[in-house]
Design a protein around this ligand. Structure first.
Ligand code: ABC
Ligand code: CA
Length: 472
């Protein structure tokens, strides 16, 4: 699938080992132990209803190729980011048939499969590494000479020195060598073809020279979204010239900081977004917008205010890009930094009556309704009719979202000279189901005493089939 095919999608990111067991029973999973807990492709297949019922139409799974077995200084390779043999699969997650069956099951539901892929390094559990354990690059000369990255401001070092540490170095592939480049281009083409992959999330993109990526992306033949873990728009922007898209990390930093406490500054969010809209190749369209992932502490571990949480969780759904929800967000998981943020989802019983499950379901439905009512939702950049430290209004016709970091017991008001709608338009807040009408000049004043966000759509934009605010 192409970048355009992905734009209207909504992605559920899961850690394959932690999402679902094949048959519901299995070993206890102690999150902090950094060991395999038993999640499989078959487990995912059995829980596709759970994901689809929330309104997601794509999943992003962990890297699929095989890693070393047994413990290392940082535990087992359960997360998949320590590839060792490019040409065999990680059998903890299932067989090649199982992975194909997952792709088929998704496609039957008109859902997409995104696979995480790692090019930058191979990893052996020994330190110093055993090069002969790698496939196909199995000689020291296939890798950059060892030096650990210490200065992130030195780009050559970021690209050619090694991630990890002396306990577990990530052995840095020599992506300056033409034959190795060809090996990776052929590999990604085959992987995507063999398993009917619809898109790839690419790991550690800033650690490989930029001109490696266009050829890799075109060999994959599908949508490519890269991880460039950096807080500056100016640094990340250039990678949008070599891949379809990036994960929107520059927005993530002010998103978390803005909603973490009532002292956050929401205008930082609008400032960074406006800059990125101007600096990225396609603006923010096609980028990945997220609140949580497997590398960062979960939002509720930073803030226990349920109103601020609902504001922050809602934001990616009105962002220009593709919303990505990290598994467990919907169950209110509170894990801190890696490895605590990778809890088994079976602990939750996959409950569907949880408040946040319903909230996310409503946000997915609202975004789909907005797209259906006005396809320009996917091509007209969001604007900010109002941005202060404590309040933010985001206009993306036909949606208007009002956010605040005031918290459950805080009050806030949004006074919009221009709501983005005509005068006398009836709008419904999809979260509270309250209906308001814009003033005759198109202005709107809204207030809150519970700190919750308000997500408006014109009443006329709600399709009769929509499950938004039914019975209210
Ligand atoms: C393991 C253990 C951890 C332990 C760690 C030392 O070793 O599990 O418990 O703390 C995989 C595994 C991890 C594992 C690592 C290393 O491998 O998932 O569990 O950690 O063995 C990607 C993936 C990630 C994956 C890898 C490696 C890469 O999403 O899951 O990790 O395949 C860098 C990379 C980035 C990478 C990330 C983990 O490390 O660039 O691609 N993620 C600065 C740098 C960033 C750097 C970050 C690391 O520090 O600029 O490049 O990311 O913390 C802002 C600054 C940023 C700054 C952040 C922290 O603060 O603006 O620049 O980032 O203010
Ligand atoms: Ca590198």
């Amino acid at each position: 699938a192409s970048s355009n095919d992905w734009r209207s999608r909504s992605i559920y990111q899961l850690v394959t080992d932690r999402f679902a067991l094949t048959d519901g029973s299995g070993p206890a999973c102690s999150t902090g132990d950094r060991v395999y807990c038993g999640g499989t492709y078959q487990g995912i297949i059995h829980h596709l209803d759970y994901i689809q019922n929330m309104g997601f139409d794509a999943i992003w799974i962990s890297p699929v190729v095989s890693s070393f077995e047994g413990p290392s200084a940082y535990g087992e390779a359960y997360h998949g980011y320590w590839p060792q043999d490019l040409y065999s699969l990680n059998t903890h997650f299932g067989t090649g048939q199982d992975l194909k069956a997952l792709a088929d099951a998704l496609h039957k539901r008109n859902m997409y499969l995104m696979v995480d892929v790692v090019v930058n390094h191979l990893v052996s559990k020994a330190s110093p590494p055993t090069f002969s354990s790698f496939n196909p690059l199995n000689e020291a000369s296939d890798f950059h000479t060892k030096c650990l990255i210490t200065d992130y401001n030195n780009q050559t070092e970021v690209e050619q020195c090694w991630l990890g540490d002396d306990n577990l170095p990530l052995v840095d592939v020599n992506t300056e060598n033409d034959e190795i480049v060809k090996t990776y281009y052929d590999w990604i083409k085959t992987l995507v073809g063999n398993y009917s992959v619809d898109g790839i999330r690419i790991d550690t993109v800033k650690h490989v020279r930029k001109d490696f990526w266009p050829g890799f992306a075109s060999s994959s033949g599908v949508y490519t979204i890269g991880e460039v873990l950096h807080n500056e728009t100016s640094y990340v922007a250039d990678y949008t010239n070599v891949l379809d898209a990036v994960l929107d990390y520059p927005t993530w930093f002010p998103l978390v900081a803005g909603f973490q406490t009532q002292f956050g500054n929401l205008s930082d969010l609008s400032r960074v977004i406006t800059a990125s809209q101007g600096a990225y190749k396609n603006g923010l369209f096609g980028t990945g917008s997220f609140l949580e992932n497997h590398d960062q502490p979960r939002f509720p571990s930073l803030s226990n205010d349920t109103a601020r949480l609902k504001n922050a969780i809602s934001f990616p759904f009105i962002h220009d890009g593709i919303p990505i929800v990290y598994y467990g967000q919907e169950q209110g998981y509170t894990g801190g930094p890696d490895p605590a943020n990778r809890e088994a989802l079976w602990f939750s019983g996959y409950a569907q009556d949880k408040d946040l499950v319903q909230h996310i379901k409503t946000m997915n439905a609202a975004r789909k309704a907005a797209i259906a009512a006005n396809s320009r939702f996917l091509s007209v950049p969001m604007t900010f009719p109002l941005a202060s430290e404590t309040t933010l209004a985001v206009s993306k016709p036909p949606m208007l979202a009002l956010f605040t970091n005031a918290g459950v017991s805080g009050t806030a008001s949004w006074n919009l000279a221009k709501s983005g709608f005509n005068g006398n338009t009836r709008l419904i807040d999809v979260l509270s189901c309250t209906v308001v009408t814009t003033n005759s000049d198109g202005s709107l004043v809204a207030n809150t005493t519970d700190g919750l966000p308000q997500i408006y759509l014109p009443v006329s934009a709600l399709p009769s089939s929509s499950n938004i605010c039914t019975g209210k």
